[in-house]
Design a protein. Structure first.
Length: 630
């Protein structure tokens, strides 16, 4: 017993030591930790034979994928998931069907597989690796980019596709014509799914509220693990994947006030177990199969990746995505995935093809995973119009009353106003060219990303009374806001928003002030236009102010009641501006309301509507240091 325990402890030490050394080394040379973990597994397993239980380690490491999907679910509210429906059920469905049938046809016509074997092989290789894809996006900080969201959508549909693929195996094996789908199993699967959704909707938040009231950190940690593993096991018993169960649980906790606490508790387990999963892939490689079939494996794996990347690129373009997005998604998801291990092993168990064929296919899947960092790097290189330069940054002298993140055109004007008023500003930007251009005009800008906590701290965010987020992209802005709200909740946030829906989402995040990037310039442009057409300057100013007031009132109503509040076209989900009544000829003064009150409207016919809106918002306190009403 002692010898067995010593052997287990030795394997644990070897796994930790090998992962640390390989992960650090490969990260330092720019190849990423994923490839390092794979290399560590290959060296410790098939090469040196220090560890021989690759399958067991791989099964434990799959929990890393489960925790990863839970954390992704925490970042995806249901409304965001609904916004991705076109990519999930459009690009995702098309990718699985096109890649599956094309690869199956190649296996049948070119390789000589029978039809059942070709179908399993084709659709098994059509599935990509969720673990590799999400991990590489996370390492590069690209999870919330457009191509990151598209890749995630495809991976999510592939996870859904595993269920029917596993269900069809008994029908493809010998005697499959007698196989039947059990109505009981269908009922159990649907019941488990409904039970998880109801529990997520009505039980999880009260559960964590109860746990938090206990004030014990280990209780919250245990509750987090219980929810993740419990939902994963429930979905597995129902015939779905464990990762899908964890993902659903994460989605229903995305709006919870305990989201950040959950993420902090799960993150260490996610990183450790996901690294163990990649080591397990390396340990599971069968060198005997590689020795006898290495020409086939070395030829098929890259050819499969090229064919799959071409089909992914074509599908993305077919759905109207840009060249750059299509290229990045195609190169990121060109590998075969971990579900191939399960599918091919189950197919061999159902006697669809021999165990030797399953070993060769698993080796092809593993090799495609090994090549994934290379294909992803190639996609980045092909998509970049020019090389992005890095800068060394010391942050000497950083720390001012205002920290300004993003020095594009919008940020430059904001900085000029602040500096002209004598207020010290620390400016943070991640564009080398923009920094060097600004330096020629006397600006001191620090290089760094506003989505990194260590960079924000080095830039003096703890000294700043206010942070102005002036970044260009909506997803980047959201990441900066979420980071600051999570790690520095007492800092006042003034944020540049992209459009109306973004403005509402920022208000929901609790920012102190937000402004859409085009609203004031559009109002000024409209005022100048009507002035050029003969409207007197005073009247033009009042018209512009009235439109501004209408817009602000609508925005407050939408903040309180939802994006479609105040629209007459709720059924079609289209928000249109309120109709503006033309001013009466000769109107040059503010109209008086019948009751003698002056509500500032220049539109006589609109006075009752203005009075109603005034009553609607009457009594709502506005804090003097906040622009938005909470």
């Amino acid at each position: 017993m002692e010898h067995g325990s010593s052997a287990i402890f030795l394997e644990v030490i070897l796994l930790l030591g090998g992962g640390i050394v390989a992960g650090t080394l490969f990260k330092r040379i720019g190849l990423g930790t994923v490839l390092g973990y794979l290399a560590a597994g290959i060296v410790m397993g098939p090469v040196l034979r220090l560890i021989g239980e690759g399958e067991e380690i791989l099964s434990v490491g799959e929990l890393g994928v489960v925790f990863l999907l839970f954390i992704i679910g925490l970042e995806l509210r249901i409304d965001r998931l609904w916004a991705l429906r076109k990519q999930i059920f459009g690009i995702g469905l098309a990718q699985v069907m096109v890649s599956g049938f094309v690869l199956a046809a190649i296996g049948w016509l070119a390789v000589g597989l029978d039809i059942p074997s070709a179908i399993v092989v084709g659709f098994g290789l059509a599935l990509s690796s969720t673990a590799f894809g999400i991990q590489l996006l996370d390492e590069a900080g690209e999870t919330n980019t457009r191509h990151g969201q598209a890749a995630f959508s495809v991976l999510l549909f592939q996870d859904l596709a595993v269920v029917p693929l596993l269900a069809m195996l008994p029908f493809l094996g010998p005697g499959g014509e007698d196989a039947q789908i059990s109505p009981t199993q269908i009922l159990i699967s649907l019941s488990a799914l409904v039970a998880l959704i109801l529990a997520g909707r009505f039980l999880l938040n009260p559960l964590f509220r109860l746990m938090a009231s206990a004030g014990a950190r280990e209780v919250m940690l245990g509750a987090a693990l219980f929810v993740v593993l419990g939902s994963a096991m429930l979905m597995q018993e129902a015939g779905f994947s464990m990762a899908m169960g964890a993902f659903i649980a994460g989605i229903f906790l995305a709006d919870s006030s305990y989201r950040h606490e959950l993420e902090a508790n799960i993150e260490p387990f996610r990183g450790l177990l996901l690294g163990l999963f990649f080591i397990g892939v390396g340990l599971s490689l069968d060198l005997e199969v590689l020795k006898t079939s290495w020409p086939i494996i070395l030829a098929v794996a890259p050819l499969m990746m090229i064919a799959k990347a071409a089909m992914l690129y074509g599908v993305c373009r077919l759905f109207g995505e840009s060249h750059g997005l299509s290229l990045r998604v195609a190169t990121l998801l060109s590998q075969a995935g971990e579900f191939g291990f399960v599918l091919f092993s189950a197919a061999a168990a159902n006697r669809i093809f021999p165990a030797e064929t399953s070993s060769i296919l698993i080796a092809i899947v593993s090799l495609s995973m090994v090549l994934t960092p290379l294909s992803t790097w190639l996609g980045r290189r092909l998509d970049r119009p020019d090389d992005e330069e890095e800068m060394e940054e010391t942050f000497d002298g950083a720390g001012s009353e205002v920290l300004l993140v993003g020095f594009s055109r919008f940020g430059q004007i904001v900085a000029q106003v602040l500096l002209s008023s004598g207020i010290d500003v620390t400016i943070l930007d991640s564009s080398v060219d923009r920094i060097r251009t600004a330096e020629r005009f006397g600006f001191r800008i620090y290089f760094g990303s506003g989505v990194r906590k260590d960079v924000l701290e080095a830039a003096g965010i703890r000294k700043a009374g206010l942070v102005a987020v002036c970044t260009n992209k909506r997803e980047t802005t959201d990441r900066v806001v979420d980071m600051i709200r999570s790690e520095f909740p007492n800092v006042r946030l003034f944020v540049r928003s992209y459009d109306r829906s973004h403005a509402l989402s920022l208000r929901a995040r609790g920012v102190d002030y937000e402004i859409r990037e085009t609203v004031e310039s559009a109002l000024s442009f409209g005022g100048a236009t009507i002035g050029a057409l003969g409207v007197e300057e005073e009247l033009a100013s009042r018209i512009v102010e009235d439109v501004r007031g209408r817009d602000n009132a609508r925005l407050k109503l939408q903040e309180a009641e939802g994006i479609y509040a105040g629209s007459d076209m709720v059924t079609t989900k289209v928000v249109t501006p309120e109709p503006l009544v033309k001013p009466r000829p000769g109107l040059h003064a503010v109209e008086k309301m019948p009751d003698g009150d002056d509500d500032g409207s220049i539109f006589e016919d609109d006075a009752p509507k203005r009075r109603r809106r005034g009553r609607l918002f009457a009594g709502r306190r506005r804090r003097p240091d906040r622009v938005t009403s909470r």
